[in-house]
Ligand binder design. Structure first.
Ligand code: NAD
Length: 254
């Protein structure tokens, strides 16, 4: 019997989007700590560079690349960068997203389409670009969705529609590429990242009180779930939408 935790990603390469901050950065650190070579991407090139430097300084393997997930041509460049670096791609973490507030009657076309492009179209662009390498590696894709995919909150119709689309897409992709690539999503509840910096403390306390575990999530809580789904520990798990929300979605309180 061995007591040490295995490095589940030794010899594997992971490409992560929106990894300059929050959940993406925490996941990059987690996968690198477990042995992965991580390609840290973000539309914020400086931020991606900072995270990659930090991982290297801690003894991990990381490179960075500027990637706006809504631009298909940049996807081709990012996947090519992963291939040029290590010759393979085992894990794709599709994490980009931001929520836009506004009831349906308040949203203009541009806002609606931007939300779907960032949270849903970008998933399609990333999968399309990465499938050939992922197939060869018999890899895994993990998408960051949201509790908004399964619970209605006032003021977020576009975000809910985009994240809800991921719910069905994950199943479709898992069936389509079954036996070659696994596809799963994590659905975070409230997680204390930059998305929450402007939120008043009283509201954060209210959300925590309505969350059965009694606190907001940390980016590392979500990173741990992504690492599980991306690893061989989840080799029999595909097409699933895993809520990682401290029980928020099963609580009766709005
Ligand atoms: N924080 C939460 O409470 C929460 C809850 C549920 C779901 N999520 C989801 O988690 C994911 C990550 O959110 P976070 O809380 O870590 O956010 P964050 O604000 O900490 O980080 C978001 C990152 O996305 C990058 N980004 C924005 N537009 C981009 C684009 N077009 N291409 C590439 N990168 C882009 C930003 O530069 C930033 O680094 C998102 O999909 C979000 O919808 C977050």
């Amino acid at each position: 019997m061995t007591v040490a935790a295995p490095a589940r990603f030794t010899g594997r390469t992971a490409l992560l989007t929106a990894a300059a901050s929050g959940i993406g950065a925490a996941t990059a650190r987690r996968l690198a700590a477990e042995g992965a070579s991580v390609l840290v991407t973000d539309v914020d090139a400086e931020g991606a560079h900072r995270v990659a430097e930090e991982i290297r300084a801690a003894g991990g393997r990381a490179q960075d690349q500027c990637l706006d997930v809504t631009a298909p041509s940049q996807w081709t460049a990012a996947v090519t960068a992963a291939e040029s670096w290590t010759g393979r791609l085992d894990v794709l973490h599709l994490n980009a997203g931001q929520n836009v507030h506004g009831a349906a009657h308040e949203l203009d076309d541009a806002t609606w389409h931007h939300q779907l492009r960032l949270c849903l179209d970008a998933v399609f662009y990333g999968v399309r670009a990465a499938v050939p390498l992922l197939r060869t590696a018999r890899g895994a894709v993990v998408i960051t969705s949201s509790v908004h995919a399964v619970v209605g909150f006032k003021g977020f119709p576009a975000y809910a529609a985009a994240k809800g689309g991921i719910d069905a897409l994950v199943r479709q992709l898992a069936v389509e590429y079954g036996g070659q690539i696994r596809f799963n999503a994590v659905l975070p509840g409230a997680v204390a990242t930059a998305l929450w910096t402007e939120v008043p403390d009283e509201y954060k306390a209210l959300v925590a009180s309505r969350t059965p575990v009694g606190r907001l999530g940390a980016p590392e809580d979500i990173a741990a779930a992504v690492a599980f789904l991306a690893s061989e520990d989840a080799s029999f798990v595909t097409g699933q939408n895993l809520l990682v929300d401290g029980g928020r979605s099963i609580s009766s309180q709005e």
